[in-house]
Design a protein around this ligand. Structure first.
Ligand code: AMP
Length: 213
């Protein structure tokens, strides 16, 4: 089973991906996490991606598609995957179909986390994440421990550079211009399920489970 989690930055894709992957035993694949891990390790891919990520722009399609092609061919991705943050353009969605077709697979469902635009800036700028396990915190809604040490893994809790005001605002613009059209693209294919994503993480998780049947 291949499920895509679509939604604007700040909608809670990362949080829901972690919960759903566990519940449905799917391999979570987050292109943002892969880019950030590469950046932490100072790989050529990470350093190239950083130029785009720090400004809130999309990493070029060719680089991103190649990365996902490799990732989806790994043994743990052959059973079923939850894609978080990919595809983000119609071109990437078309390429994903070709990549999956190589192993006789296809996208089963695209879940859209639907949330009012005005909620997103506060969610993004208050967000803090663990550098090691990517768990998510929020200064107002779900504060991290005062020492900023992740209680789940001991990693450092920090603010992503692209969650700062200017980059975050760019990411929202990029989403509206380049990624939002994907909802209609998957709708036309009969694969889109929209879920209201304004409640608590648990409430949204339940709504997704209901929507998935
Ligand atoms: P995310 O963690 O999903 O918010 O992604 C963080 C950043 O990584 C994005 O703002 C982009 O710069 C880059 N990125 C992640 N996924 C993609 C993608 N599918 N296409 C292009 N850039 C991406």
């Amino acid at each position: 089973m291949i499920i895509i989690l679509l939604g604007p930055p700040g909608a809670g894709k990362g949080t829901q991906t972690a919960a759903l992957a566990k519940r449905y035993k799917l391999t979570p694949i987050s292109t943002g996490d892969i880019f950030r891990a590469n950046l932490n390790d100072r790989t050529p891919l990470g350093l190239e991606a950083q130029n785009y990520m720090s400004q809130g722009l999309l990493v070029p399609d060719d680089l991103t598609v190649r990365l996902v092609d490799d990732r989806l061919a790994q043994p743990d991705a052959l059973g079923g995957c939850l894609l978080d943050g990919f595809p983000r353009t119609v071109f990437q969605a078309e390429e994903l179909e070709k990549v999956l077709a190589k192993t006789g697979r296809k996208v089963d469902r695209c879940l859209l986390l639907d949330i009012p635009e005005k909620e997103l800036m506060a969610r993004l700028t208050g967000r803090r994440v663990c550098r090691s396990c990517s768990s998510v915190w929020h200064l107002n809604f779900y504060p991290p421990p005062a020492d900023l040490i992740c209680p789940l893994c001991g990693g450092e809790i920090y603010q992503r550079a692209d969650d700062e005001e200017v980059a975050a605002s760019n990411r929202l613009k990029v989403y509206l211009a380049q990624t939002q059209p994907l909802a209609e693209w998957y709708e036309k294919k009969g694969l889109l399920t929209s879920v209201a994503a304004l409640g608590s993480p648990k409430e949204v998780e339940m709504a997704i489970e209901k929507a998935l049947g």
